[in-house]
Design a protein around this ligand. Structure first.
Ligand SMILES: C[S@@+](CC[C@H](N)C(=O)[O-])C[C@H]1O[C@@H](n2cnc3c(N)ncnc32)[C@H](O)[C@@H]1O
Ligand code: SF4
Length: 408
């Protein structure tokens, strides 16, 4: 059954929270098609099965964006992230048209980061150059592994040679770019991960994202689970990749993200700092703040439904106001992922609540040796930082900020 469309929220009445100013705003654009669905993937991605309806989808995106504009009136956008799916299935001309349409409707900061996700094996030579000419400033290459057997085991359409060619081209064309890897793959050994890391690092990536492969519900792997490395081996793998990336001058600034100085991902940092994002495209999520409330919304998930609904003026399938009591947990779910921590004052700035709402969880986490509070003189000048142990048990730390968390 189709989800009910919520009645529009009244965004300007008094609410339970008070934001001193709107947070930074970014734009996420979802392009939902792939050549083939990977067996581990629970993202909103659909097999293209032929030519993509590029123009019809771009028209729907622009209709969607125009409908959303009154909610972000007058705010500048600091980054755009074109994600998927496999955005590199879209022609560079289509990406140029998309970015021109975005610029015509939304004020972008002059130095806005504009990322596009690209998959090896989905483009011919020189396509990356054309994306750059279209206005993309940062490419994120979804490599996952350079090992042919591992790539087969996780159902990727590309092989190791195509992965190396894509990364070499990204390095040649872009000043800043990301390489996506996964570890704890079916049958993967420590030596195999070491080889993947050595290959990845040989390209001197300015940014590396490395995710532990997880078995997600509603995927092929959930019902046909492959043999995976056990927890001890996976933990050794994490130690290895932390050591190798540090040795190559990459700082682990977030759980899964490693970057050279000056190359942290502006777009993702805004998620982790509980900033705002407008999400357009099939199944895209958004979070938008107003003076007295924070609203989450999601677009229709099925691409054909989304396109039809967007043109009818109803791109959003669901919208709901975040309960103030849930904000400590929602905020910490993001902010605690940052290795360097965050100023406690960010909670008031982004959640619109006093820092006292965090106090019981903070006291408990400090007592357990999971968080440290730095700086004297009250919340305005304090920094909250996970300890090494806290960073290893992040989900336990985050649970302490649930509204019904057990009292200390
Ligand atoms: C949804 S993909 C989109 C980018 C592109 N289509 C790709 O596959 O590379 C974004 C990233 O999420 C990660 N990812 C997706 N499913 C995952 C899973 N089940 N476990 C861990 N990481 C996953 C992959 O590293 C992937 O690069
Ligand atoms: S290519 Fe990326 S988005 Fe598409 S199915 Fe595979 S992991 Fe998911």
């Amino acid at each position: 059954m189709a989800p009910a469309v919520a009645a529009p929220l009244r965004l300007h009445r008094a609410g339970d929270l008070a934001l001193p100013a709107p947070p930074p705003l970014t734009l996420y654009v979802h392009l939902p098609w792939c050549l083939k669905k990977c067996p581990y993937c629970d993202f909103n991605s659909h097999e293209s099965g032929g030519a993509l309806p590029q123009q019809a989808y771009l028209d729907a995106l622009m209709a969607d964006l125009e409908l959303a504009l009154p909610q972000v009136w007058g705010r500048r956008v600091s980054s755009v992230f074109i994600g998927g799916g496999t955005p590199s299935l879209f022609e560079p001309d289509a990406i140029e048209q998309l970015l021109a349409g975005v610029r015509a409707r939304l004020p972008l900061q002059p130095d806005a980061e504009i990322t596009l996700e690209a998959n090896p094996g989905t483009f011919e030579r020189d396509r990356f150059r054309a994306y750059r000419a279209a206005g993309v400033t940062r490419l994120s290459v979804g490599v996952q592994s350079f090992d042919d057997d591992a790539l087969k085991a996780i159902g990727r359409v590309h092989d190791g040679a195509q992965a190396r060619a894509a990364v070499a081209e990204a390095a040649e064309v872009f000043d800043t770019w990301n390489l996506d890897l996964m570890y704890a793959l079916p049958g993967q050994t420590l030596d195999a991960l070491e080889a993947d890391l050595a290959t990845a690092l040989s390209f001197a990536p300015p940014h590396l994202s490395i995710y532990h492969l997880t078995l997600e519900p509603n995927t092929w792997f959930a019902t046909h689970p492959p043999e995976l490395p056990d927890d001890d081996l996976a933990s050794d793998m994490l130690d290895l990749l932390v050591e190798r990336t540090a040795g190559a001058g990459l700082q682990r600034y977030e759980v899964s993200a490693f970057a050279r100085p000056g190359h942290r991902c502006v777009h993702n940092l805004n998620y982790w700092a509980f900033g705002d994002y407008l999400g357009i495209g099939a199944g895209a999520h958004g979070k938008l703040s107003f003076a007295h409330r924070i609203v989450r919304e999601v677009r229709w998930r099925d691409p054909a439904t989304y396109m039809a609904k967007a043109l009818q003026g109803q791109a959003v399938s669901n919208q709901n106001e975040v309960d103030a009591a849930a904000l400590p947990f929602e905020f910490m779910l993001n902010a605690l992922r940052l290795r360097d921590g965050f100023p406690l004052s960010l909670f008031l700035e982004r959640a619109g609540l006093s820092a006292t709402a965090l106090q019981p969880g903070l006291d408990e986490a400090v007592a357990r040796g999971w968080l440290q509070v730095e700086g004297e003189g009250g919340p305005a000048s304090q920094i909250i930082r996970p300890t090494a142990r806290g960073f290893d048990f992040l989900s336990d730390v985050q649970q302490l900020f649930l509204k019904d968390a057990p009292a200390a």
